[in-house]
Design a protein around this ligand. Structure first.
Ligand code: DPP
Ligand code: ZN
Length: 881
């Protein structure tokens, strides 16, 4: 496979001013007739360049230029392109291709999901529909005509406005759609099927009335309310926070069961994975509700950050994704609990993204090269990209940031631009120098920041010394120091201390002088605080103000102090995490040495205080009572000893459960009583999360009373959050007959709801008990399993390999073999999903030597397969390099 480089970028040789597509959908095939108004790009380097169109797996039926047929000698077709050597400066290209959506298992281009037709064109799926200039800097105005059977496909949708409908002969009908906004091909969408819809309206800030529709299968009509409400909230929020108004009279969402991603922001016709749009209390957990809210907002926000202003090339993917993730995270924070949202996001970043940044696929937020762009829809592009935008927000402050975003949208509306254009707009609007800051876009790897503090009691000064470094990553042996914003405060016995930074005038604007943002720019840098009356405990990197690994030698008592007294909610949680890390590390070491060691008493005392204090936010209590995850421990203890980490964490949880049995029981009882109608509100979610955490701890005790409580919750809950929590606790317990019966009953009750059955799959695939791999293999043969459906693959295979470390890494290597077999199977069916599944194997170098050898052997087995997709080849070859 060839590697594509950012440095080779060239403007397109041709432009497409207008695109007319006519789809004739038949059972056996689809014909696509395209008419493109093309001309040479005046900015092109080569004024006589041949026309090179992108096309993949297409049967070409007709091709003409200005109504002159192009004969076979007039073009050359090779790989994924079609070259026409001589063309005029301006011309009409017509072409007809024949495609087979029903055989398209890659779920890119036009494909069939059960009985409906739909498209997924980002990043390069449009070339599977017709020959085109399939690159985001070629933007065109589209008219789309769709013909299909009236009965099988009563609903025909595309981007923009419906301009006409028509009944055709032979029981067929037609719809014509026109999108007045020019767009790149990756934002094209088409849907044809038998769908019902839920409708509402939204009136924008300037009085435009927008029709909102959510299209689903009839059986799912009762699961659209939350998405609709989320959409309206997102539309209001984008007006209020970014001044962005919707720009068409119609906004459609369609739910599809077979979908590679979460959702897709096609202009005015968002296509969603059912898992990210359908929600009802009876079938969806709190996490599911929050996901729907977040993804609906994310795709809506793309209308400006992605569609109105799009990417010049795919190296700039984070321009739209990082910014849009930052936007949706802030939206969710405003709709629910800000601290909880931040804790969740940082949790993902510090496990998945930090691991990616330390592995063979590490890449900068703006990559320099790729083989297959689908492999770059990563936690680095999305989550780290969002952190980079968040840092700009922190450095500029909300007002200047808004000035910068206004300038960005204004300056680049209707254009395809770069990450550099975004940063420049922020710089121009704020006057801040972001020169060094730009390294966050070009350098991969997670910076390590080591900090120490020194108090001088005579001079009343406190000196913080920071050292930063960044490990080497593929292609980047050496790194320059980053510009790192460190939000911080100093805590004294009586509370937060006033900050007087040496060499800086106190800021008269801020009444609150107890919080500041330090600009760490050098490899080593000191900050001296003056008039510090006592030895402080520093609260550093508040709100996780930069995506770095911070090391500060806190004593455990200082961490306990921060847990109680920090003004920053995120850092209170972080102190609890770091305390947990220290305690777990001790237990891991003991386990490795076959020693018996008890959990640090202080964790038990802290837990008791949290459970006994009614003044605390319940969500915070739940978060702080959750020990660092195994995935996070794997990030802070390398090489990773999976089994010891698991054993240590289980031991710590059991000790907490035993010591705090009474507190967990009381809290559980109190919270169970507080029930009203189910709402996915921050308050109720907090209650349920703490209640269910208590249940999980109690179930570790393996006693009759806990079992009874758990069974009662399972049988009597009116919502899926509580039901699933009880089932998870039961499935991970030793109560054999009850477990099997409950799983069986759950399946019987919910077999008609695929999304619920996916959770049923996932719960079994993530059981930490022995024998899980065998069960997972059985599940692959379960009638409800379907290897062609990405959600099911993720629920069974993805969950087992990615969220069940102790079983995936079982010592005989059977977990690795299982994954390699599935990757080989999916490689031909759906390369994107196959490649994505490989993640856990690709990071083989961080495990113990015996595991490394077994993992590597499986990667080599995959590498030896004769026909590897570009997707899988890239990940496997880079993993073994
Ligand atoms: N559909 C994906 C997203 O919204 C890719 N654009 O992030
Ligand atoms: Zn996105």
């Amino acid at each position: 496979a060839t590697t594509i480089y950012l440095k080779d970028y060239q403007v397109p040789d041709f432009l497409i001013d207008r695109t007319a597509l006519h789809f004739e959908i038949f059972d056996s095939h689809t014909l696509v007739h395209s008419t493109l108004a093309m001309r040479r790009n005046p900015a092109a380097k080569n004024a006589s360049a041949p026309l090179v169109l992108d096309g993949c797996e297409l049967e070409l039926e007709a091709l003409s230029i200005d109504d002159q047929a192009v004969t076979e000698s007039g073009y050359e077709s090779a790989g994924e392109s079609l070259t026409i050597h001589t063309v005029p400066d301006s011309f009409t290209l017509r072409c007809t291709t024949r495609i087979y959506p029903q055989n398209n298992t890659s779920l890119e281009g036009l494909y069939k999901s059960s009985t409906m037709y739909c498209t997924q064109c980002e990043a390069e799926g449009f070339r599977k529909i017709t020959y085109f200039l399939d690159r985001p800097d070629v933007m065109s105005v589209y008219t789309v005509t769709v013909d299909a059977d009236s009965k099988r496909c009563p609903v025909l949708l595309s981007n923009g406005n419906l301009v006409s409908t028509e009944t055709l002969e032979g029981g067929r009908h037609r719809a014509v759609w026109e999108d007045p906004h020019k767009k790149p091909a990756y934002l094209f969408a088409l849907v044809a099927g038998d769908l019902e819809r839920v409708s509402d309206t939204f009136t924008t800030m300037n009085g435009r009335k927008v029709d909102l529709h959510i299209y689903v299968e009839e059986k799912d009509l009762d699961k659209c309310d939350h998405a609709m409400l989320s959409l309206k909230n997102a539309m209001t929020w984008d007006e209020e926070v970014y001044g962005r108004e919707y720009d068409l009279d119609i906004f459609n969402i369609v739910a599809v069961d077979d979908f590679n991603m979460g959702a897709m922001e096609n202009k005015s016709l968002n296509i969603f994975n059912t898992s990210c749009v359908l929600a009802s209390p009876g079938t969806t957990t709190d996490a599911g509700f929050q996901r729907v809210e977040g993804v609906v907002a994310h795709e809506y926000f793309h209308n400006w950050s992605g569609n109105r202003v799009t990417c010049r090339d795919w190296f700039q993917l984070s321009l739209k994704e990082g910014f849009t993730v930052f936007r949706d995270a802030e939206f969710s924070a405003d709709m629910g609990s800000r601290v909880v949202k931040r804790v969740e996001d940082v949790g993902l970043l510090r496990t998945a993204q930090f691991a990616e940044d330390a592995g063979p696929m590490a890449h900068p937020v703006r990559p320099d090269s790729y083989m297959e762009i689908s492999n770059f829809y990563t936690v680095t592009i999305y989550e780290k990209g969002a952190e980079v935008v968040r840092m700009i927000h922190t450095l500029l402050g909300p007002e200047l940031f808004r000035k910068g975003s206004d300038l960005y949208f204004d300056r680049f509306d209707g254009q395809a631009v770069t990450c550099e254009d975004f940063v420049k707009a922020m710089e121009d609007a704020s006057g801040m120098d972001l020169g060094q800051f730009r390294l966050w876009y070009s350098q991969a790897g997670t910076p390590q920041v080591d900090a120490r503090g020194e108090y001088d009691a005579e001079a009343n000064t406190y000196t913080l010394t920071f050292k930063q470094s960044c490990p080497k990553t593929p292609g980047q042996p050496q790194k320059e120091p980053f510009h790192i914003p460190i939000a911080m405060g100093l805590l004294g016995d009586a509370g937060a201390l006033r900050l007087e930074l040496k060499g800086e005038a106190p800021n008269p604007d801020t009444a609150d002088n107890t919080h500041t943002v330090l600009h760490l720019k050098q490899a080593e840098q000191q900050f001296v605080f003056e008039n510090v009356p006592e030895k402080p405990v520093p609260s550093l990197l508040r709100g996780f103000s930069a995506p770095v690994k911070l090391q500060f030698d806190y004593s455990r008592d200082e961490l306990l102090f921060l847990m109680q007294h920090d003004d920053d909610g995120f850092n209170r949680w972080e102190a609890a995490q770091q305390l947990g890390v220290l305690a777990l590390k001790e237990l891991v070491a003991a386990h490795q040495n076959n020693e018996v060691r008890a959990l640090d008493e202080r964790l038990i005392t802290a837990g008791r205080n949290l459970l006994n204090d009614d003044s605390l936010d319940l969500a915070m209590v739940a978060l702080m009572l959750t020990l660092p995850t195994e995935a996070y421990m794997a990030e802070v203890m390398q090489p990773v000893d999976v089994l010891s980490i698991h054993a240590a964490r289980m031991q710590a949880r059991l000790e907490l459960a035993t010591a705090l049995k009474e507190e967990f029981t009381n809290t559980y009882r109190t919270l169970s009583r507080r029930q009203g109608d189910y709402q996915p509100s921050a308050e109720q979610i907090a209650q349920r999360s703490l209640k269910n955490l208590c249940l999980q701890y109690l179930m570790l005790l393996n006693d009759e009373h806990s079992l009874q409580v758990c069974m009662e919750q399972l049988d009597t809950s009116d919502n899926m959050t509580d039901r699933i929590a009880a089932l998870v606790a039961l499935v991970n317990s030793e109560h054999e007959p009850q477990k099997a019966l409950a799983l069986q009953k759950f399946y019987q009750d919910w077999q008609h709801e695929p999304l619920v059955i996916n959770q049923w799959f996932q719960i079994q695939a993530t059981s930490h008990l022995p024998g899980t791999l065998k069960r997972v293999q059985e599940l692959l043969n379960h009638p409800a399993f379907e290897i062609r459906n990405p959600n099911k693959v993720r629920a069974v295979i993805g969950a087992f390999c990615g969220q069940n470390a102790v079983n995936f890494h079982q010592t005989d290597g059977a977990g690795y073999r299982f994954l390699a077999d599935r990757v080989i199977e999916l490689n031909t069916l759906n390369p994107q999903i196959a490649s994505r599944l490989l993640g856990p194997l690709s990071k083989w170098r961080k495990y113990l030597p015996e595991q490394q050898a077994l993992m590597k052997a499986e990667l080599e087995r995959i590498a030896a397969e004769p026909k590897l997709s570009r997707d899988v080849f890239e990940v496997v070859s880079k993993s073994l390099a």
